[in-house]
Design a protein around this ligand. Structure first.
Ligand code: MG
Length: 161
């Protein structure tokens, strides 16, 4: 059994005038995450967890935010590219578990739609994509709705040849 684990974290600022893209879907909200790409903090944290598990550096190493090719990019493409990097090194995804820390909006109603987007990108069943959401109880910048944070862990395994 050749399994490895990885951990990922991402945070983005919330601003007016941007759509809220999270988990590969657009969620109605007065503010959206700010970033060079679509700023999908959930997919970015998942990318880093997967890359970490495979010891393949991090998302900024492969998809630098100084590269105009990635300006405004759909982060589903970054996740697909990450999974390809894992496959190239002989790994497949086992499961992931994520926690989004956001004061608003309520994210639990959107979890099934996120799972439906993420599972095919990871080439796993939706049952292997766990997404949890919690508030920051009004504390600090996250509690003040100035941004969101996401933590993710991933298990990968060496594919049989
Ligand atoms: Mg990011």
């Amino acid at each position: 059994m050749n399994m490895r684990i990885g951990f990922g974290f991402d945070t983005h600022r919330l601003v007016e005038g941007r759509p809220l893209v999270l988990g590969g879907i657009i969620i109605p909200h007065p503010t959206g995450l700010l970033g060079h790409s679509d700023a999908d903090a959930l997919l970015h944290a998942i990318c880093d967890a997967l890359l970490g598990a495979a010891n393949l550096r991090d998302i900024g190493f492969h998809f630098p935010d100084t590269d105009p090719r990635y300006k405004g990019i759909d982060s589903r493409k970054l996740l697909a590219g990450t999974v390809q990097l894992l496959h190239d090194k002989g790994y497949a995804v086992g499961n992931i578990d994520c926690t989004i820390v956001a004061e608003a909006p309520k994210l639990n109603p959107h979890v099934p739609a996120m799972q439906a987007v993420i599972a095919p990108l990871l080439q796993v069943d939706e049952d292997c994509v766990s997404i949890k959401a919690t508030r920051n109880e009004g504390m600090d910048a996250i509690g003040n709705q100035e941004g969101m944070k996401v933590y993710a862990v991933a298990l990968i395994y060496k594919r049989a040849h």
